[in-house]
Structures are given as C-alpha cells and as structure tokens.
Design a protein around this ligand. Structure first.
Ligand code: SAH
Ligand code: SF4
Ligand code: F3S
Length: 487
C-alpha cells in the first residue's frame, strides 16, 4: 500500500505506514458554536480511510475540524499496532497531548483504531492516558462516547462486528489533493498470518455492498476526482452475494448474483473511462487470472499490483502461515507478466529476520526479488506482536543486529532493482494523472503513471486532475523525470 513516500532509505522499520497525518482542512461552520475536532492517523490506508468516516460521523453531530490540536475540544488518534514501533510513536504523541490537557482539562483525548482494539480499556484504566477508546467497528458510537466523556465518564467500545462496513457513510475527504481518493471495499481479515495482529484488531472479513462502492466512485468522479483506490486487507477475497443481501433492489440494476473482486473491478471501471482504478492489497494465494484479465480489459484499471511476498523461502512462508510457497508465488508473477506484460508494476512487502530464518533462507528472499524485479517494496524487520500465532508458537530468536543487517540487504537490493526498472522507462511516453506540485518545487508538477511510478515534469500551468503524456528522460530509484509531449 503506497503512501507516495517510499522507504528505500529507511533501515529502521518506520515506514510510510507509520507516518502520521493531521487534518489539514478546516471545515466551514459556525466557529463559535461548533466543537473542534483534531484527528491524526497512523498506519495503513484503511486507517486513513476510516478517519474520513469518523470525521463524517462527528460532523453530522456538529463538529468542525481543525488543523491545530492546541485549539481542539476533541483530539483523536487513529492508531496502528502492526509493529512495536508504530505503538511507541502513538504513545509519544499521547504524552504530548496529555501535556496540553494539563493546561486545558476540558479537552477529550481518544484513541481509535488497532491499538484501541488491542489494548482495550487498559489505556483508560491502567494507564489513564486517554478518555475514549474506540475500536474500528464502533465508530457509529463515537457521538455517544464523546458525550459520555464530556460528562466525566470514560467511554469505551471495542466491540468487533461481523457486519459493519459503514457502507452508508459518505466519508469527509481529509488532506485531499482533490484528485485521488480511497474507497474501502471490505473490512477485517480471515487469514491468520502468524506474525500479524490485524485479524485480532480488525476482526472477521466482510465485504461491502458493491452498489454503495460504485455510487461512492460516481460521486467522487462528479466531484472532480480522477482516481480511486479500492482498499481491503485481501481484496481478492472480496465476495458479495445478493441472495443474502438485498437481492431484489440490486437485481433491478442487472448485477450478477455473486460479485467477486473481478466483477467489482469491472463495475467500478465502467463508472467513467477517465476514472482510474487502483486496488490494494492483493494476496498471492487468492489473486486469480480472472482478475488479471479484467485489469487487462480496461484501460482505466491501473497496471500495478501490490503483491506482498513477505519472504522468498518456502519453509519460512509456511511458518508465517501465508499458505503459498515460493513456487506458487513465482507462478502468480509469471501469470502477471504473461497477461499484463513487463510494464505492469509489481511491489511487495518483505519481513527480514522472522523466527528461525537462516542466512540461506534470507538469501532466498533476495533471489526472489531478483526474479520478480519489484518496482518497489515496503521492507521491515520482524517485530513480535503480543497475541499472534508466532508469539505463541515460536521464539523471536534472530538478534536485532542480524535482523537489521538482513533488512539493509533487502533495502539495498530493492534500491538497485527500482533503479533498474526505472531505467527501462527512459525514452518511453506514459499517460500521467497530474496530482499537484512536485514535493521539491512548485516549478514542477507530479503525477503517477498506470504502473504507479511517480513522474515529475515541468509545470506548464496544467491543472491537477488532468491527464498528460510525459516522455521520460531521466530517473532516480524513486522517481521518473520527463517532459510533456503531444499524444
Ligand atoms: N494485508 C496485507 C498486509 C497488511 S500489514 C497483506 O497480507 O499483505 C502490512 C505489512 O506489514 C505486511 O505485509 C507485513 O510485511 C508487515 N508486517 C505485519 N506484521 C508485522 C510484524 N509483526 N513485524 C514486521 N512486519 C510486519
Ligand atoms: Fe495480516 Fe495476513 Fe491478513 Fe495481511 S493477510 S492483514 S498479513 S493476517
Ligand atoms: Fe496498522 Fe491496523 Fe492497518 S494494525 S497496518 S492500522 S489494519
């Protein structure tokens, strides 16, 4: 799952996913009357997307958003538990907020998301550092819980649901460039990767009504957005049955009985040819040729697949409970190359130093990377998480310095591969969706091509949200540089 920032240079496991983001917009409204909400998000794109749902729920209750926590009545942190470092970052931030609270005891501080779910009332009762603890499936209860906190009671709801998808809630887009947006298509995860805390913090997998997804995409297109990213922990297992859910209403619109991920992609692709579709995350065990053929069929479905391998060694993959082996993974990559060609972008997540991993097994990760030639990867060293299968069954026996050394080798390998892949693009012309100024200077614009590569080119006054053709003239491991050309 990309957040623009790529962590090629980062040895420590702080990654884009652990970057935070405060709300940068202030909504209209009666500033004297409205209570002010400050919300900050950590973790994956699902969390960022959830913060948009939370903001929508609280805005309906009359809240106004603010970009400065000092002036907020309610401070919410939407948190991540994926690695220890992610939780430590949140704890540091909470202590900063608690300093503000000392001068202004009326402020309500709440923890949302995966840390809330993992630690539950511990944050309130034992640690006394927050007033509210709300898990990912309980956001509809927020207005009530905030009210309780105002009245001096502590508010906790960490109930995990089998049904909640927030399908009817129209997210308030935060930190938006007005061009690209996320749409959650499912929640939870039914896989049990042994290293992973997500099944415990996000609960059972459930898919959202496809009609509400298509409607959200249409609304975004009508509001000027030109790219949507469909989000789920394992999008390939998206499944909706009309038989069980509102068959009559949806049949009227001529939709198949069972909607799988390929069908959903097609439905969203038909919203408008100028609306690009991306999706994340694909699971190697579930990605089908049907999905790959659907991607091929529609020009507006981006030729880019985030296909986390985690390791290149079959024994380690088995211990990780990923339910595929090295050969299976390579077969899926071959299918991507056969159906979508060499230009299709492929990225991965890799974990260095999982329990009992030997030096030879680590080398298998490097050779898998060579085989696939990833365009980029998110790379981490293993961080044991309480309650996971790996914590219960295996010893976290790889010393930190070895984990870091292996991670550095993976990072170096990825840097070389990214450069190699980008160099192949020199001389080619790509259709790029303009997202705004380049990070370095407003003399340049930046956007991405279908394969998800960041392309930087001279600002000739083109509006963001426009498609331009850019001929690539140069590159770094993370960026393509080029100039606008006629189609
Ligand atoms: N659903 C996605 C991943 C979500 S978590 C998938 O299956 O690919 C994002 C990434 O964090 C994972 O792909 C994994 O590489 C990393 N990760 C998860 N748990 C971790 C842990 N305990 N230590 C280090 N990295 C971890
Ligand atoms: Fe975690 Fe595995 Fe689910 Fe991804 S598929 S969220 S790694 S359990
Ligand atoms: Fe983190 Fe939860 Fe996402 S643990 S990676 S915020 S699902």
């Amino acid at each position: 799952m990309e957040q623009v920032i790529k962590d090629l240079d980062i040895l420590d496991n702080a990654t884009a996913r652990e970057e935070s983001c405060g709300v940068k917009i202030s909504a209209e409204g009666d500033r004297n009357a409205a209570k002010k909400l400050y919300i900050e998000s950590y973790g994956c794109q699902m969390n960022f997307s959830d913060s948009e749902i939370v903001t929508s729920i609280l805005k309906k209750e009359g809240f106004d958003t603010t970009s400065s926590f000092e002036s907020a009545d309610v401070i919410l942190l939407n948190t991540c538990s994926i690695r220890e470092k992610a939780e430590l970052t949140v704890r540091k931030r909470l202590s900063q907020f608690n300093t503000v609270k000392k001068n202004n005891p009326d402020i309500t501080i709440g923890v949302l998301g995966c840390m809330a779910e993992r630690l539950k009332s511990k944050l309130l009762e034992e640690e006394k550092i927050v007033d509210l603890v709300v898990g990912p499936d309980a956001y509809r209860d927020l207005p009530n819980l905030v009210k309780k906190a105002d009245e001096g009671e502590k508010g906790v709801n960490t109930f995990l649901s089998r049904e909640e998808t927030y399908a009817d809630i129209s997210p308030v887009r935060l930190n938006s460039n007005g061009v690209t947006a996320f749409i959650s298509i499912m929640r939870g995860c039914d896989n049990m990767c042994s290293f992973c805390v997500v099944p415990f913090t996000r609960g059972r997998e459930r898919s959202r009504d496809p009609y509400s997804i298509v409607q959200e995409a249409k609304d975004l297109y009508e509001n000027g957005y030109r790219e949507v990213t469909l989000l789920g922990q394992n999008v390939d297992s998206y499944k909706w049955s009309h038989q069980e859910n509102n068959k009559a209403r949806l049949e009227k619109q001529g939709i198949n009985d069972i909607v799988n991920f390929a069908n959903l992609l097609e439905m969203v692709a038909k919203v408008h040819p100028d609306l690009r579709i991306r999706f994340s995350t694909s699971h190697p065990k579930d990605i089908t040729d049907e999905v790959l053929h659907t991607i091929k069929k529609y020009n507006n479905i981006c030729k880019y697949i985030h296909l986390p391998a985690q390791s290149g060694n079959s024994r380690v993959l088995d211990l990780m409970n990923r339910t595929y082996d090295r050969e299976w993974y390579m077969n899926r990559v071959d299918a991507i190359r056969d159906i979508l060609g060499e230009e299709c972008g492929i990225s991965s997540d890799m974990i260095a130093g999982f329990c009992t991993e030997t030096e030879e097994e680590h080398q298998d990760t490097l050779t898998l990377m060579d085989y696939v030639k990833y365009d980029f990867s998110y790379m981490f060293y293993y961080s044991e998480r309480p309650g996971t299968l790996a914590e219960k069954k295996f010893e976290d026996d790889i010393p930190l310095d070895v984990k870091k050394k292996r991670l550095q080798e993976i990072i170096n390998k990825q840097r070389d591969l990214s450069l190699e892949r980008n160099q192949l693009d020199i001389g080619k012309t790509f259709k790029v969706l303009v997202e705004g100024y380049s990070k370095r200077s407003d003399k340049d614009l930046q956007g991405r091509n279908s394969a998800n590569k960041v392309v930087v080119f001279q600002n000739k006054g083109i509006e963001k949200g426009t498609y331009v053709n850019v001929k690539v003239t140069d590159c770094s491991p993370a960026t393509l540089f080029g100039e606008i050309v006629e189609a």
